[in-house]
Ligand binder design. Structure first.
Ligand SMILES: *Cc1c(COP(=O)(O)O)cnc(C)c1O
Length: 427
């Protein structure tokens, strides 16, 4: 088991100077906790990797990984951009006071209302995904007499080696303009002819939880090739090439992620080799920024022992606060936060409380001797946890606490039973 976490004298898991068991006493369980120092450190790593290569760059946090007001405020403090993919994320970012000119609006089916909202709030860039959207945006810009920056999302025909649901760059994808069939070239022409759209450059995102540098190397090569090819015909050279996100993190010992330095140096080499005029490089990390910073704290409850088989140890949350194991067999590791000094004695299944047999948070977890009321901390749950949380079985969604250098702050309240029926009406 990997434990690089700090442990207090009484054997408790410490999160950036705060005792996790104190957090449980104060805020209850299940509880999402974010170590905000880790979030800031990861952003710094991306920055220094770009600066080493002397590239012009922009980091845009893909906020779908975790999108609440407080995290947009951290991103504002860190002076990065953010990606949003819906009116709801845009609304949250704006409500948090995030500057609209640093927001990129993504999505493969943005509605007219969402595009209007984006234009009226002067978002920095709209990532154009398809012809229908070009038409809708054209209409909104004419009606509002506005201009806006856009980028073209391309499907470069590269597939990342990752789970099927995590791939987006291959030709058969729901996202973006296909390059091979000529769609992308046609979209480029349309945008260049539209005086109200200012084309900033090209975007591609090849997938998520990617480990090797090979995919990013191929992507950088391919994007330059496409840009040069299009330049011959249209005389347009991009100011920005956006290579998306997808940088993998380590959820367990099978995962071997690359560092920011690794893949940024690979990208830099490709671009410097092939371009006279190196465009600004944008990346869109989501998981790698917030994933490792997140912990979910649960209380251990019932236990089922089956002779000859591994036992089930149940916690007071599950697929409602972390759907990833059920959705795509995502693997996590956990520790017993109040028994960090005790040796493991058995391997068990960690099961949730939801009415689905698939509600297993961790299939095989080594644990010390546990009892009812112990606190289980599942590690690296910061990305796609709270943002995918739901109310199945009418379980209220957990609270979220940020900790930083010994201080804790509640940033999202725990849902109440009243919240659950707030939108219901009688019949
Ligand atoms: C989801 C997404 C990202 C972020 O992916 P991570 O795996 O969380 O880094 C970046 N860009 C786009 C377009 C995305 O859809």
């Amino acid at each position: 088991m990997i434990i690089d976490e700090l442990i207090s004298e009484n054997g408790h898991l410490m999160i950036d100077g705060v005792d996790s068991i104190d957090l449980v006493k104060e805020y209850g369980t299940p509880l999402y906790v974010f170590d905000i120092s880790k979030v800031r450190d990861q952003i710094k790593k991306f920055r220094s990797a770009f600066e080493k290569e002397s590239l012009n760059y922009q980091i845009s946090y893909a906020s779908k990984a975790f999108a609440v007001k407080a995290i947009y405020q951290v991103m504002k403090q860190e002076n990065v951009h953010v990606d949003v993919v819906s009116g709801g994320e845009l609304y949250t970012a704006l409500a948090a006071g995030f500057p609209s000119n640093r927001i990129s609006f993504h999505g493969n089916n943005k509605s007219l209302a969402e595009l209007k909202m984006a234009v009226e709030n002067h978002v920095g860039v709209i990532m154009l995904d398809n012809f229908h959207e070009i038409e809708l945006l054209h209409q909104v810009l004419q009606e509002n007499e506005e201009t806006i920056q856009v980028m073209l999302r391309l499907t470069p025909g590269i597939s990342a080696h990752t789970h099927k649901y995590d791939q987006t760059g291959q030709t058969d994808s729901k996202f973006g303009f296909d390059v091979n069939s000529g769609q992308a070239k046609k979209a480029l022409q349309l945008v260049l002819e539209d005086p109200q759209m200012k084309l900033l450059g090209y975007h591609a995102h090849i997938g998520s939880q990617i480990f090797g540098t090979e995919g990013f190397k191929m992507l950088a090569q391919k994007m330059v090739e496409i840009a040069k090819n299009f330049q011959e015909e249209s005389n347009y050279w991009p100011q920005v090439i956006n290579l998306g996100g997808g940088f993998g993190i380590s959820y367990n010992e099978d995962d071997d992620p690359i560092t920011a330095d690794d893949f940024i140096s690979v990208i830099a080499q490709e671009l410097k080799k092939d371009c006279d005029d190196v465009p600004e490089i944008w990346i869109e990390p989501g998981r790698s920024i917030v994933g490792p910073a997140g912990y979910t704290l649960y209380q251990i409850g019932s236990r089922k022992d089956i002779p000859g088989l591994e036992s089930y140890v149940s916690v007071d949350g599950g697929m409602g606060d972390n759907i990833r194991p059920a959705l795509y067999q995502a693997k996590y590791q956990a520790v017993v936060a109040n028994k960090m000094n005790q040796a493991d004695i058995e391997t068990v299944h960690i099961s949730g409380k939801y009415c689905e047999s698939g509600d297993i948070l961790i299939d095989q977890q080594k644990l010390p001797e546990t009892e009812v009321g112990d606190v289980l901390a599942v590690l690296d749950t910061g990305a796609y946890g709270y943002s995918m949380a739901m109310n199945y079985n009418r379980n209220p969604r957990p609270a979220v606490v940020f900790v930083e250098k010994g201080q804790a702050k509640l940033v999202v309240k725990r849902e109440t039973y009243e919240d659950l029926i707030r939108l219901d009406d009688n019949y």
